[in-house]
Design a protein around this ligand. Sequence first.
Ligand code: 6PG
Length: 468
Amino acid sequence: EEFDFGMVGLGVMGRNLLLNMADHGFSVAGLDLDAEKAASLEQEATEEHKVKGTTDAQSFVALIKKPRAIMLLVPAGKPVDAVINSLLPYLEEGDIVVDGGNSYFPDTNRRVEELEAKGIHFFGMGISGGEKGARFGPSMMPGGNQSAYERLRPIFEAIAAKVNGEPCVTYLGKGSAGNYTKMVHNGIEYAIMELIAETYDLLKRGFGVKNETIQQLFEDWNNSELASFLVEITADILKKNDEVTGKGLLLDYISDTARAKGTGKWTSQNAMDIQAPVPSIDAAVQMRDISKYKEERVAASKLLPYDGIATDIDEETLLKTLKDAFYFSMINIYAQGMAQLYIASKEYDYGLQLEEVAKIWRGGCIIRAVCLEDFRKAYDANKDLPNLLLDATLAEKVGATQQAARDVVKLAVDKGVPVSVFMTALAYFDSYRSETLPTNLIQAQRDFFGAHKYERTDVDGIFHTEWN
Ligand code: 6PG
């Protein structure tokens, strides 16, 4: 009973998080059934670090100070339950188990309930930032029992990324609030990644712009209000030559079939359940799915050609327009995701404070971007803001860039390049700012064929009409 913190699962993420804690003076113990991984933790540690790796659950639990704080970093799903069951015989009332993986949030609710019944506090905590983030400062999204969080707080605040000295971690809410927030983070991540990919595609395939020019563009953007981790790494990717074959840019030789582990899909699926429209996240998930049908796409490319029509835009104007359109779309993507969190927080009684979410997303995580500070300010000005588009400052910036978004969509249509996220971001904007929508006609149709009734704008009540 001498170690401050325990970790189960000593893959690179688990190891790096422990070493990060050890850097900050905490003593840490790790458990992995794989003896090599357990040993590698101690090998990677320095003299000043107090670390211990083991392969035995019972002696591992005995190493940790009470009330124990133990994190699991194992694959989501059955492995999480298996590890919990293997620890349970040795855990005591008041101990805390933190699941640091991308678990499906209903699983977290179930685990919270099962473990609270035994007096053990269970936390679902999203961790973002990849291997480097884990080692030098991730963004962390914990949810669970608020008073139990105090045991974890000093450790998590020490290891988190810092922005203006403030740690990118905070208690988010009860139950699965943390996992849910990380799930939506990933949905936004999918959409921004796709937005960047569409920018690249429109320039390269639509306008024949050279790789070097596109590289420079992303580099310039990263020194502007578009500065963000994903834009930054894209500029790096566009510089990386293939060292193995020496044939030039590695990107040109990477297969265009995209994979996914499910968090983006869950974001869209749950958004539909709670009626939170996130069309750009849906589109990003669907584009990865379409990419899978390579053979069919090759056949269709021959059967359904479209060469595009000439446009008279010069390269400088094109790049400037894209920049504004990118800003516009980016804000609309975050607006969709944050609005989903707003709706989910009410639906599941999470008690999320969106200012805090924006705050801990400013650093460490994959979707960190300078615009997050603008979002934080918007939520600071209005704690109950349902949608970022209703913030006056952001509305002005989005208003000023909307024409560029319209122009980019038109250009893409003329070139036959798919820009689903640009298009859905614009369609979301245009529907959200529509005082009236043609859904009156939908209601009339429903009543026509199914007697589903409708409300009127001029008289209270519920109506049905014999239409023919
Ligand atoms: C992060 C990431 C990470 C995620 C991967 C892969 O915040 O560090 O979101 O948690 O697992 O990016 O996601 P896909 O395989 O679904 O693209």
